[in-house]
Every structure is written in structure tokens, then in C-alpha cells.
Design a protein around this ligand. Structure first.
Ligand code: NDP
Length: 278
């Protein structure tokens, strides 16, 4: 049985499955989903200031009664708040809304041109001051990571990117692996779109598992961290139940062949990707 933690480059263990909370806007539903996840065994929550639910995440954590050090909380600095001073201010606001005194992993949400290196300098400062346990980034491609190599003293521990069977990011995964930067897959089940794929359906049927479990298990075997989002109790449990089966080498290879540049979000490799957010 493989471990359900990923050992990051500084030796910290990060849970390989966390709950993503994007688009959870209803207060009660959000708290209920997070409480269900924690009761199921999840110990990692992935939020962002942009999700406007940091207060609910904090509330659910408090209500869960789980010791703070057992949890792994990720949040992110939004595009409008980037730059050195703004990032420090945005961090204070996130901390206050979450009701926490430190964050486990703080990420630059997107590599905003002309700002992301300064944003990351602020994240490094928060790391040096021990306000965060680990610095990281999201949606950074090779050119962004190379820019940080010139401006940063501490490399990001994690790069969180869109990744699912229809967008497998093999080049970026290899680039990050060389540098010991872990990959978190956002939209790990492609927002549900990959679940009706005939190959995924047939593997699921053969194994007596659900399509979501097949896709999440594929990620786990590749070494990706996954943060599937669900507000549905049965799915929250299903997505966490991945330990009692394994995909064969040939099943992994077949899923590998589903790669088709099927991107769902913005493409930060394009110079004008910020247009996506206008
Ligand atoms: P996901 O790939 O996690 O898919 C979520 C969707 O799938 C929801 O509609 C959910 O429905 C449904 N679903 C969940 N589990 C199952 C299941 N077992 N069977 C069938 N359907 C299921 O997409 P997200 O875009 O939400 O990505 C996950 C997380 O990644 C986000 O919540 C966020 O934390 C992070 N993210 C980060 C980004 C970044 O820029 N860094 C960008 C986008 C996301 P329901 O809730 O109704 O059960």
C-alpha cells in the first residue's frame, strides 16, 4: 500500500488528498462539507481569498475539534492583491478570516505578469518569519519558475496546476520533478468531465470502483497531490477511499493515452492569459 502523504523537499509531509472548496459559496453547505471531510479523515483543505469562504473554512476547522497541527491548510493570494506590500496585506486578511495563527502553504494564485516575482518575495518573507510553513505557487509554467530561480532564495515547495486525464502536463511535471517541486492537481476529475470517458468507465466497471476513484487513484500513483471538490457527503467519502485497490501498469498507460490538451481554465503560457479574468 502506498503512503497517502507526499514528502515535500523540506521534509514536511503533505496529505496527498485534500478537499478543494472553490465554488462553495453557501455558508452552511460549505461548513457541512468541510466537517464531513474532516470526519471522513481528510486533513488538508485547499481554499483561496478568491473563493470568499476563508471564514467558513476557519469556522469548520474550529467546530471539528481537530488539533491545528493535524491539519494542512492552503490558501492563495489573488491576482488583484499581488506585488510585495499588497501580498503581505492580503495574507493578514486571509489569516484573520481563517482565524488561524499560521498557514501551512501559501500560494501565488496566478503568475500575474510583472508582479509574480515580487509576490513570491513577500511569500518568502512570510516563510522566513514562520507565518507560513511552506511557500508555493499555482499555475506557474517553466518560464515563471525559471524567473523565480533568479529572484528567490527559497524555491516553491508546491506548484498547483490544472491536471487531469485530458490535460496531463507531462512536460511541466518532469520539470518540477527535477527541481523537487511537488505537483498538486486542480480540477483533478476535470470538474466531472472525464468521468464519462468510455475508458475510465470500463476500468471502473472491471474494478468495481467509481470513475472518480479510478481517476483519483491514477493521480495518486503518479505522485500528484489531489484536491477534489465536492459538497456531496457520499462523494466526499468516495473520493477519499482510494487505498484498497491499485491500477495496473497497463491501466495507467491507457489512461496516459487520454491526454488531449483538454484545458478547462486559463493558459498561463500565453502572454495575454490575464484576459481570461476580465
Ligand atoms: P473537480 O475536478 O474537483 O470537480 C468538482 C466537480 O465534480 C463538482 O461539480 C462536484 O460536484 C463533482 N464531483 C466531485 N466528486 C465527484 C464524484 N465522486 N462523482 C461525480 N462527481 C463528483 O474541480 P474543481 O475545479 O472544483 O477543482 C478542485 C479544487 O481545485 C477546487 O475546489 C480548488 O480548491 C482548486 N482549484 C484551484 C485553481 C487554481 O487556479 N489554483 C483553479 C480551480 C480549482 P458536487 O460538489 O456537487 O458534489
Amino acid at each position: 500500500m502506498i503512503s497517502m502523504n507526499v514528502k515535500l523537499s523540506k521534509g514536511v509531509l503533505m496529505p496527498q488528498i485534500g478537499l478543494g472548496v472553490y465554488k462553495m459559496t453557501d455558508e452552511e453547505e460549505t461548513i457541512h462539507a468541510i466537517r464531513t471531510a474532516i470526519e471522513t479523515g481528510y486533513r488538508a483543505i485547499d481554499t483561496a481569498s478568491y473563493y470568499f469562504n476563508e471564514r467558513e473554512v476557519g469556522q469548520a476547522i474550529k467546530e471539528s475539534g481537530i488539533a491545528r497541527e493535524e491539519l494542512f491548510i492552503t490558501t492563495k493570494v489573488w491576482n488583484d492583491d499581488q506585488g510585495y506590500d499588497n501580498t503581505l496585506r492580503a495574507f493578514e486578511k486571509s489569516l484573520e478570516l481563517l482565524g488561524l495563527d499560521y498557514i501551512d502553504l501559501y500560494l501565488t494564485h496566478w503568475p500575474v505578469p510583472e508582479k509574480f516575482t515580487d509576490t513570491y518575495r513577500a511569500i518568502e518573507r512570510l516563510y522566513e518569519e514562520k507565518a507560513i510553513r511552506l511557500p508555493g505557487v499555482s499555475n506557474h509554467y517553466e518560464k515563471h519558475l525559471l524567473a523565480l530561480e533568479n529572484t528567490a532564495n527559497v524555491q516553491p515547495e508546491v506548484n498547483q496546476v490544472e491536471l487531469h486525464p485530458y490535460l496531463q502536463q507531462n512536460e511541466l511535471r518532469a520539470f518540477c520533478k527535477e527541481r523537487d517541486i511537488a505537483i498538486t492537481a486542480w480540477s483533478p476529475i476535470g470538474k466531472g468531465t472525464v468521468l464519462s470517458d468510455p475508458l475510465i468507465q470500463s476500468i471502473a466497471k472491471n474494478k468495481g470502483k467509481t470513475p472518480a476513484q479510478i481517476v483519483l487513484r491514477w493521480h495518486i500513483q503518479l505522485g500528484n497531490i489531489v484536491i477534489p471538490k465536492s459538497v456531496t457527503a457520499s462523494r466526499i467519502k468516495e473520493n477519499f477511499s482510494l487505498k484498497d485497490f491499485e491500477l495496473s501498469g497497463s491501466e495507467m498507460e491507457k489512461i496516459g493515452r487520454l491526454d488531449r490538451n483538454g484545458r478547462l481554465g486559463a493558459n498561463p503560457q500565453l502572454d495575454d492569459f490575464m484576459k481570461y479574468f476580465k
